[in-house]
Design a protein around this ligand. Structure first.
Ligand code: CS2
Length: 490
């Protein structure tokens, strides 16, 4: 038996389920990048809105690269389960907010998606495509016009594959039809995510049509948001657990933590749901919320991931058992806090304590390999931003330097093993990391990648000495996988 509209009534009594009539929902939100995170976060908060009786805000989800989610959820009428785990807490809910899933690999689906976005009923287009889905050079903020995906979308308006092509062509259709523009709501882990989305969309539009770009600039709203909920990729064990609780199969359940936070700038052109019903907060302090979260949570997550990968710790909770790692994290949090501007009413010390509890959550099998992906995209906002603020004050940053050195070891390890990295810049990183087996050369060759490090760090004498020192410390530590493989000149 499989989860579906027809089988809802057969769920055990302790499973939460939609309290409203799904056939009456208006699907006014299109979500680009329908993965586990969106389904554990925005979709669940939207579920609370629907449960309150406001049925104006159903979601049409879209896969950007693969059709996997569509194939899993369509036979289930869009229904799926979310299991939330806290220290002494477990709750399972079946969510009805996603009314359809489009998109994926096939051209015909992209055409349907574009038509849905161009439709008068679409009021919000929200996005979770990760950092690389914006096609921005994060060191300069410029659009990667040469990237094959962007070039293809500029050349082929009928079947756009990137969020930029989809948004710009849909807005062009709406303008031509005299329809108001939807709001573009970025929910990715980027500082000023709305502003970055706007910059990428405008740069793409300018390549096509200056007038259209000017219209977008004047008319389209791109609120910034801070999103937070640790949601690991679903495993087979999660599928089995959900099936047992539901008494039926769910092809793609979501497992997440109890904690959830969503802070949103209240700037929507065609209305918005009252997401506060699901726990969201509207605020004009997004930049502070976002930088606290990115640096304290995601920065330490990346640090844990690279050090965890180097010390054979498969999950975050396992990595949190290793004093070598927790010692570096404590120092990293101190370095971050010294340059942090916390939102009003938030005590950063409490925030960090709560993070430690969240990272230790044994119910979440959050793989360090998953977080270690896309380092080229994650390092700049998570680690290099606070680093530059500290360098400007002339302060040393041994913990941030260790974190970056750990990423360098991680890259060197992959280069020596002849493997690949899950990173859009894998080829370039591995070429630089594998050029030499000598510590100083590896550090310099990697620091020379301008798309990640810009130009200032390689030539900063004090920082270069600091990171080399930390890189050498790791190379000499027998607990680290690359120890013995890297030559250290004395
Ligand atoms: C993680 C995030 O994979 C990663 O890079 O740091 O996905 C993290 O789990 C979320 O941002 C938590 O809100």
């Amino acid at each position: 038996m499989r989860l579906s509209e027809k089988n809802l009534s057969l769920l055990p009594a302790n499973v939460r389920r939609p309290s409203y009539d799904r056939s009456r929902i208006a699907a006014s939100i299109v979500h680009l990048g329908i993965g586990a995170f969106h389904r554990a976060h925005q979709a669940l908060m939207t579920e609370a809105v629907l449960d309150s009786g406001d049925l104006a805000w159903g979601i049409v989800g879209a896969g950007m690269q693969s059709s996997g989610m569509r194939d899993a959820l369509r036979p289930q009428d869009g229904l799926y389960s979310v299991t939330e785990f806290g220290a002494d807490f477990e709750r399972i809910s079946v969510v009805g907010a996603i009314v359809d899933v489009l998109g994926g690999a096939e051209d015909a689906e992209k055409v349907r998606l574009l038509a849905k976005m161009s439709d008068a009923g679409t009021r919000i287009v929200s996005i979770t495509v990760t950092e690389k889905g914006y096609y921005l050079d994060l060191a300069t903020g410029k659009l990667l016009v040469q990237s094959p995906a962007v070039a293809a979308d500029l050349a082929n308006p009928a079947v756009p594959r990137t969020i930029l092509g989809l948004i710009v062509y849909a807005l062009r259709n709406r303008r031509a039809a005299g329809l108001p523009p939807f709001t573009v709501l970025s929910c990715d882990n980027l500082p000023n995510n709305g502003k970055l989305a706007r910059a990428a969309v405008l740069a793409f539009a300018r390549e096509l049509d200056a007038e259209l770009a000017a219209w977008i600039e004047a008319e389209v709203r791109f609120p910034c948001t801070m999103v937070d909920r640790i949601t690991p990729a679903t495993t087979d064990a999660d599928r089995a657990h959900a099936a047992e609780r539901l008494g039926m199969e769910d092809a793609w359940p979501v497992v997440t933590e109890q904690f959830a936070q969503w802070v949103i700038e209240d700037d929507f052109s065609m209305g918005r749901p009252d997401w506060t019903l699901g726990g969201a907060v509207f605020s004009d302090e997004i930049e502070r919320w976002e930088s606290m979260k990115l640096r304290c949570l995601n920065g330490s997550h990346s640090t844990l991931a690279y050090l965890g990968q180097l010390t054979a710790r498969e999950t975050v909770a396992e990595a949190m058992q290793l004093p070598l790692i927790t010692g570096i994290l404590d120092a990293l949090w101190r370095e971050n806090r010294e340059v942090l501007q916390a939102p009003k009413g938030v005590d950063p010390a409490d925030y960090v304590e709560q993070l430690k509890q969240r990272f230790r959550n044994p119910a979440l099998k959050h793989r360090t390999a998953q977080i270690a992906s896309d380092g080229s995209q994650k390092l700049p906002p998570r680690l290099l931003a606070p680093l530059r603020e500290r360098l400007a004050k002339g302060w040393p940053s041994p913990a941030i330097a260790t974190a970056i050195a750990a990423w360098m070891h991680f890259a060197a390890k992959a280069a020596y093993a002849g493997g690949a990295l899950s990173d859009p810049m894998s080829a370039e990183i591995l070429a630089q990391a594998g050029k030499s087996a000598e510590a100083a050369a590896i550090v310099d060759n990697l620091l020379a990648i301008e798309k990640i490090f810009a130009r200032d760090l390689l030539t900063h004498t004090a920082f270069r000495a600091e990171i080399l020192g930390k890189f050498v410390d790791l190379a000499k530590n027998p607990a680290v996988a690359t120890a013995g493989q890297i030559r250290v000149r004395v």
